[in-house]
Unconditional design. Structure first.
Length: 342
């Protein structure tokens, strides 16, 4: 009879276990592989939410490689928003310009809220993570499970909307036409964010200032019939600067007076002058353009002012002016409301 010592027997058993464990490959939940499309295939491939909690939004992507699968999974979540959020929310205004016998032009502005919410792929993808991947060797394809934490995404939208609410409340308290129009523009941005919030939460985030309140105050201001006389001196190539000023005033519910003798509450005087500067490069010119705009009350007292200087180079005066005009126009659009008129 052969006798085996107990100590040697235990060493042999441990060695066999170690060999067995080394010969069997480990499978990661985040990057698994399978030779069969059935038994080893994760359930989340066909039912993405099975691999996620109720606090997550999940989607699956497929591709020939791991990176392609992950990219397609992220895009799948972005497409979820694209089908529900159709563009950015904007307020469309249509102006009907009319003149009376006194030469007063008035713009009747009708606001129509057009909910065209643009899909924010980049913003959504900031919170998307890849939870799991699977290499299906039978299909020669990779699968990836992407997840978006709903509460984190909702938090980002809330963080964007709260400062807008505060600004809109302050602008409504200000009550001036320019302030109310700025509040309307902020409301457009907030509405676009709130559409995305509602997609995730099921309900919109309550607003402190409603669109109805803003439009009501804006219409009330428009009925006050405040007229403004505009005088603007500029080279003939830049006469559209005056048209821009009158357009912004009309958008802010002012009546634009084209005759200085007509009754008006405020006046705006603007001019664009230029100075040619020395330039050592042959065939080129350098011009400095100086824009100044002043607002005054009935007595002629100054209320506010804007100044902007731009230097441009070109082969001619017209080329320099053409390069300067876009920046001058944007400056007027952004700052004309700061002339301190009601």
């Amino acid at each position: 009879m052969t006798t085996v010592k107990t100590g040697n027997f235990l060493v042999l058993c441990v060695g066999l276990i170690l060999l067995s464990s080394c010969s069997t490959p480990s499978v990661s939940t985040s990057d698994s592989k399978g030779r069969e499309g059935g038994g080893g295939r994760p359930a989340w491939i066909d039912s993405p939410q099975d691999g996620c909690t109720e606090q997550e939004m999940c989607a699956v992507g497929e591709g020939p490689g791991k990176m392609a699968a992950e990219a397609n999974a992220r895009n799948s979540i972005a497409q979820f928003f694209e089908t529900r959020v159709k563009g950015s929310s904007t307020v469309t205004t249509t102006s009907e310009t009319k003149s009376n016998n006194n030469g007063i032009q008035s713009g009747k502005v009708n606001e129509t809220t057009a909910k065209q919410i643009e899909e924010l792929t980049d913003e959504v993808l900031k919170g998307v993570v890849i939870k799991k991947t699977y290499d299906d060797r039978k299909l020669k394809s990779y699968f990836a499970l992407a997840s978006l934490n709903k509460e984190e995404a909702l938090g980002r939208f809330r963080d964007e909307m709260k400062p807008l609410d505060t600004q809109m409340e302050e602008l409504v308290k200000d009550g001036r036409r320019s302030a109310l129009n700025r509040a309307l523009k902020l409301n457009d941005k907030r509405e676009a964010l709130n559409q995305r919030y509602a997609v995730l939460a099921g309900n919109p985030f309550p607003a402190k200032v409603s669109l109805q309140e803003l439009l009501g105050k804006k219409r009330a201001k428009g009925k006050e019939n405040v007229a403004v006389f505009v005088e603007f001196e500029a080279p003939k190539e830049a006469q559209d600067l005056k048209n821009l000023v009158t357009g912004v005033l009309t958008e802010n519910d002012y009546q634009v007076v084209v005759d200085d003798g007509a009754p008006h509450s405020y006046s705006i005087q603007g001019e664009l002058v230029h100075e040619q500067e020395h330039m050592q490069v042959a065939g080129f010119e350098q011009h400095k353009f100086i824009l100044s705009v002043r607002s005054m009350d009935k007595s002629g007292a100054k209320l506010g002012g804007l100044d902007k200087t731009i230097v441009e180079n070109g082969r001619s005066f017209n080329q320099c002016l053409a390069k300067a005009l876009p920046e001058l126009k944007q400056f007027l659009k952004d700052n004309l409301v700061l002339l301190n008129m009601d």
